[in-house]
Design a protein around this ligand. Structure first.
Ligand code: G4P
Length: 530
């Protein structure tokens, strides 16, 4: 079913989405089951690392390392029924980062996973707010119903109140914890029973003709059946019915209950994404909205990942195709530099393996190996000078200075830092006075991640130290005024990796002063990356 019957079928069958959740809610387990049902892996759950250590990098990498499955970081594609799913990874660590925000600019929908015992947790709320800024449609999966969970109405109420969104039950749990039997599929009048004997198997669904069907009593014990009937009646009175339009506009989320580890509820959720969508959406550019069915190929870089293969210093730019039908070898215009670029070895992240992409359609994510020409926010087109918008760069909230413990390695450190800045892993500022660097991040954990990556990937042990600055602002305005400001405030001035001027300070007072003294100049906490 598509909202857009006019779309070419190859585009209409694509679903590009991300999973948002609080750590431990079950995102990795759910991803793994998606891959299992998408035919990409044969067996789920081989080896698992524990705790924060496994969350410092991409969850997909974690899957790859821990479980010996061949997946490539950041994006994965697989087929399920008639649909092509493109699942884009959101970084797993608990510090909110720009990376996450940018990932969400590349998808058309998100699945929100919550733990049935914990409800809406802090990280879920933050990520939800980001989705809301973009009016992304959200499907909710309430996980771990095989454990003692909260009352179903309580969970739904909490989501409605906490996130201010209508919640429509797509399924309804029968029992919980040890007594969890399965769910009643409200949208299709089916009974779905959980198979506890085999975690990777899904029991068959049983077609039921409504709640009065005597067949129900064959499967559900009397006390649970009575409770189910009561609850569903109440739900019909108190909760809104699923409305596809309202879902697509981001005002309503359908909720499925299940147990990812038992593979239960996962197929229903996948069917939900397939059936209700959305298909690839119009992407915004400064010039116009770009529709997926346009015949000319366009796309934008939303992520750059360096050193995916430690033996080769390659970088892969992840491109979301916004329109058209891409074929390998195509020459595209790299809009920022104005130069043509032959895309001869693009990678499609088919979950079974990383493969050369012979073709791809609007909605797909392709990886383009390159030596640093492609940056976050860059547009590729067949000639039109488009600038895709909405990929912001935030002012970091934490600043530290960094130095190599071996001073001989200073030059190499600069190279490593620039690379991470281009990847979007951190902000790097070169102060106009002195020789060091200031690194800015959004969450404290990122300093640890960076230190370990610089050591592992470049062999440079580094030390982060507190810096005299606490705020960074991009200086925007007429060129001559900006120059005047920079000359008069040298001790505050630095440049970022693009060469743009950034004002560093520890006092709000300084910011207010500059704004007052230099009319026409703004000190901005974000910069659009394009
Ligand atoms: P995350 O990526 O969102 O952080 O969560 P992840 O899938 O890693 O799951 C977190 C923990 O919750 C894991 O346990 C996982 O096995 C468990 N889990 C996931 N889905 C379910 C479910 O449906 N029911 C139950 N009962 N547990 C679930 P762990 O202790 O960290 O690892 P392990 O001991 O299972 O290896």
């Amino acid at each position: 079913m598509s909202n857009r019957p006019d779309l070419p079928p190859e585009i209409a069958r694509r679903r590009t989405f991300a999973i948002i959740s609080h750590p431990d809610a079950g995102k990795t387990t759910l991803t793994e089951k998606f891959l299992l049902f998408g035919g990409a892996i044969q067996m789920a759950g081989q080896v698992r690392a524990k705790g924060e250590a496994r969350r410092t990098r991409s969850d997909f990498m974690k899957l790859e390392q821990d479980r010996g499955i061949s997946v490539s970081a950041s994006a994965m594609s697989f087929d399920f029924r008639q649909y092509r799913f493109n699942l884009v990874d959101t970084p797993g660590h608990s510090d909110f980062s720009e990376d996450t925000y940018r990932t969400l600019t590349a998808v058309d929908a998100a699945i929100m996973v919550i733990d049935g015992a914990k409800g809406v947790e802090s990280q879920t709320r933050k990520l939800f707010e980001v989705c809301r800024l973009r009016d992304l449609p959200i499907l909710t999966f309430c996980n771990k119903m095989d454990r003692e969970s909260r009352d179903t109405f309580e969970i739904i109420d909490e989501i409605q109140e906490n996130l201010a969104i209508d919640v429509a039950p797509a399924s309804w749990p029968i029992g919980m914890g040890r007594d969890f039997l399965g769910c009643y599929d409200i949208l299709h009048d089916r009974l779905e029973l959980m198979d506890r004997a085999d975690r990777n198997r899904v029991a068959e669904s049983i077609k039921i003709s409504g709640l009065d069907d005597p067949k129900l009593a064959e499967y559900v014990p009397p006390a649970q059946l009575e409770k189910l009937r009561e609850e569903l009646e109440m739900a019909r009175e108190l909760l809104p019915a699923f409305d596809r339009q309202s879902f697509l506009e981001g005002h309503m989320t359908p909720i499925w209950f299940g147990s990812a580890i038992n593979s239960f509820g996962v197929k229903e959720l996948m069917d939900g994404i397939g059936e209700y969508g959305p298909e690839p959406q119009i992407q915004k550019s400064a010039e116009r909205g770009v529709a997926p069915e346009e015949t000319k190929v366009t796309g934008f870089v939303f992520k750059v990942q360096a050193n995916m293969d430690p033996k080769h210093r390659d970088r892969v730019a992840f491109v979301r195709l916004a329109s058209g039908h891409f074929e390998r070898g195509m020459k595209l215009l790299h809009v920022r530099s104005g130069k043509p670029m032959a895309v001869s070895n693009p990678v499609l992240f088919l979950a079974a393996d990383r493969e050369l992409a012979e073709e791809a359609w609007a909605g797909d994510i392709i990886g383009i190996p390159n030596h640093g020409q492609l940056r976050i926010g860059d547009a590729l087109t067949e000639g039109e000078k488009l600038r895709f918008t909405g990929i912001p760069s935030f002012a970091p909230e934490l600043l530290q200075s960094v130095r190599a413990t071996d001073p001989m390695k200073g030059k190499h450190l600069e190279k490593a830092l620039m690379q991470f800045a281009e990847e979007g892993a951190a902000k790097v500022f070169k102060p106009s006075i002195g020789s060091g660097f200031i690194v800015g991040v959004v969450g404290a954990l990122q300093f640890d991640v960076l230190a370990s990556r610089i050591e592992i990937e470049y062999g440079i042990p580094v030390r982060f130290e507190s810096s005299q600055f606490t705020s960074a602002r991009w200086v925007l305005g007429p060129k001559d005024t900006v120059e005047k400001l920079a000359n008069a405030n040298k001790q505050h001035i630095s440049t970022d990796h693009d060469g743009d001027i950034v004002f560093l300070t520890r006092l709000q007072w300084d910011i207010d002063r500059v704004v007052r003294d230099y009319p026409g100049v703004t000190l901005s906490a974000t910069k659009e990356m394009m």
